[in-house]
Design a protein around this ligand. Structure first.
Ligand SMILES: NC(=O)c1ccc[n+]([C@@H]2O[C@H](COP(=O)([O-])OP(=O)(O)OC[C@H]3O[C@@H](n4cnc5c(N)ncnc54)[C@H](O)[C@@H]3O)[C@@H](O)[C@H]2O)c1
Ligand SMILES: C[N+](C)(C)CCCC=O
Length: 504
């Protein structure tokens, strides 16, 4: 038997090679049927090939969906308490394997181990949270005239597809599968082709916990495989996390057979810092809003509006702290920023910084590619975190999602003005406000057009609270109680107790 990927992990950056199959259905890893279109997957910290990703074709997608469907038939008939018990066991196994899963996530994604450990914790917490909800799913009883009555049943949808982005590979798989499974659905999950290695671990964990074979399947691939999933007649719902352009295509494909859709898309979120804020917290909040996962976070507050009177103090402090962020080997405990996902992504982000300079922004720090002193990291996709000043609302760096460690800072004068400017964006994923004025904080939260508003903090997303977008950042929600509604449907049963009163 081949050693498990997790056994390979007593190791350091630059040494892991993944050779095991990364597809999973029918209760086991499945070898790719054809090797023709293999794509190399890179370790971002070194630029070395970590593994090959073999995209699934139509027969493989079909097999996975059939396998998921047969599991769904069993799983959806189980009591909520039975499903909960198995999901709690899955959460326990993830907790037990947390450090190893986190390590593999770092090797494939490039984020720091400190962050990856939190991501894996959030993943098991999400499964635990929805396990707790599985037994609470219930309908309503409605009394009708003449002793008749009706009741509602909250039923599963069937086979749901999850399509993930590269920035939170394991966590996204958990955020999608946990509510899906709690409601009695099965899921076929397709990770990003750049981060294929950890979703299959989740599949193995669900299996070990006792789900029916096929309940959580993994198919690998990019746009073509994703499109096969979105068109497949055996799929009831697509939950997509990714960019706006791809999200539009997913919605279009799903519309052809009227599938349910959840879209978790991109953002360009505003963070409003008022002069009455607690400045040190506001600076820390701005760093949290911009530099997690090398800035590749959908809800990042990348438009930082600072009230003019405190701009000099804010800039001095934020630049001082940005300059000392330790960038380097993501597997080291002291590292706080690892490598971007790919060379093209690094080049794209650096090009955004150059464009910003051409349009009149001033680089206060960072914005260059970075080569750590450790020779094994010389081929990695690192850059120094960047703060841009002199920004205007019409600049590309303020309008477009950069998806890299680049903070754009803009001055403002009044509350009314900054709310208008903050809302002048097609995106609406998140927002934030720092102020000591409690009335202002809630007024601003009410008036910002975004799915989340953080008051006096940023980028904390406990699994108990819903997460999702307004406007072009998408619709539907992940996490929180409400997500149950996005993975279930309501059946009404009407019961006559007397004779039929026919008009004919
Ligand atoms: N709102 C959220 O919760 C959230 C979370 C993470 C990332 N994101 C967004 O994701 C983007 C970055 O991730 P990315 O670069 O992986 O996004 P992407 O849109 O390039 O890819 C996302 C996924 O879609 C798949 N895909 C590509 N073409 C497809 C098609 N035609 N049909 C079906 N699937 C297809 C990809 O293979 C990948 O799995 C950013 O815009 C970011 O803001 C949003
Ligand atoms: C866990 N965060 C930081 C809220 C990120 C959620 C997923 C967005 O990319």
């Amino acid at each position: 038997m081949e050693p498990s990927t997790l056994d390979l992990l007593g190791t350091v950056t630059g040494t892991v090679v993944v050779t095991e199959p990364l597809n999973f259905w029918g209760g086991q890893r499945v070898k790719p049927r054809q090797q023709a279109n293999a794509e190399p997957v890179f370790e971002p910290a070194t630029g070395r090939v970590l593994c090959q990703m073999f995209p699934c074709g139509s027969e493989e997608v079909d097999e996975a969906i059939k396998s998921a469907h047969s599991a769904y038939l069993k799983w959806s008939k189980m009591a909520g308490m039975e499903r909960a018990r198995i999901m709690l066991e899955a959460a326990r196994i993830i907790r037990e394997k947390r450090d190893k899963i986190a390590k593999l996530e770092v090797i494939n994604n490039g984020k720091s181990i400190t962050e990856a450990v939190v991501d894996i914790d959030v993943a098991w917490q999400c499964i635990e949270y929805y396990a707790g909800m599985a037994a609470t799913l219930a309908g309503q009883h409605v009394q009708l005239p003449g002793g008749a009555f009706a009741y509602t049943r909250r039923e599963a949808l069937g086979v749901c597809v999850g399509i993930g982005a590269f920035n939170y590979p394991f966590q996204v798989a958990a955020w999608k599968s946990a509510p899906a499974l709690a409601c009695g659905n099965a899921m076929v999950f397709k990770p990003s082709p750049m981060t294929p290695v950890t979703a299959v671990l989740l599949a193995e964990i669900y299996k070990e916990a006792g789900v029916p074979e096929g309940l959580f399947c993994v198919v690998q691939g990019g746009a073509d495989t994703g499109s096969l999933l979105c068109h497949h007649p055996g799929v009831a719902k697509v939950s997509f996390t990714g960019s706006v352009p791809t999200g539009k295509k997913v919605m279009e494909m799903a519309a052809k057979s009227v599938k349910h859709v959840t879209l978790e898309l991109g953002g360009k979120s505003p963070l409003l810092i008022f002069k009455d804020c607690e400045l040190e917290n506001a600076v820390k909040g701005a760093l949290m809003a911009n530099f997690l996962t090398q800035g590749q976070v959908c809800c990042n507050g990348t438009r930082v509006y600072v009230q003019r009177e405190i701009m000099p103090q804010f800039l001095e402090e934020v630049v001082k702290r940005t300059k000392v962020i330790p960038v380097g080997d993501p597997l080291l405990d002291d590292t706080r920023m690892g490598a971007l996902i790919s060379k093209p992504q690094l080049d794209k982000v650096l090009a955004y910084v150059n464009q910003a300079k051409k349009e009149g922004a001033r680089v206060l720090c960072g914005g260059d590619s970075f080569v750590p002193s450790d020779p094994k990291l010389k081929g990695g996709y690192f850059m120094s975190p960047c703060v841009l000043d002199n920004c205007r609302d019409d600049m590309t760096c303020v309008k477009e999602e950069i998806f890299g460690p680049v903070m754009s800072v803009l001055p403002f004068d009044t509350e009314e003005e900054v709310i208008k400017r903050a809302n002048n964006s097609p995106f609406g994923l998140a927002s934030g406000v720092f102020t000591r004025d409690i009335s202002r904080a809630h007024r601003v939260a009410e008036n910002l057009q975004a799915g989340t508003c953080f008051i006096n903090n940023y980028n904390i997303s406990p699994v108990e609270v819903p997460f999702g977008g307004y406007k072009m950042s998408g619709f539907g929600r992940e996490n929180g109680q409400v997500t149950i509604e996005y993975y279930s449907q309501l059946k009404t049963v009407v019961v006559e107790m007397g004779d039929v009163d026919s008009l004919f």
